[in-house]
Design a protein around this ligand. Sequence first.
Ligand code: ZN
Length: 105
Amino acid sequence: MIASPCVAKCKPENGLCTGCLRTINEIVGWVQLTDAQRDYKIKSVRRMISTHTCPGCQQPTQCDIAAGKETCWCFDLPKCDTPEPVTDTSQCYCRHCLTTMVNQE
Ligand SMILES: [Zn+2]
């Protein structure tokens, strides 16, 4: 069983935790994930896997859509609540950049 990556500095603002960089849905739904799904999430947050480079900080970031999934973790964020589906996932920002952005509002 893989433990939650929560670092006890949780400060969920606008849907993204500034401590562990997970969305509220990821935090709430954590107990229901399989170990494989948890492993995937942790690697995604820690930049151990990536689909493209973040246009904001030029660091590797993971888009679940680009990885072949139907939804992406960023759909949980108010920032990404766009009426149009994202067609160019190479323009998606990473969790670190989005945390900074949403907390500036
Ligand atoms: Zn970034």
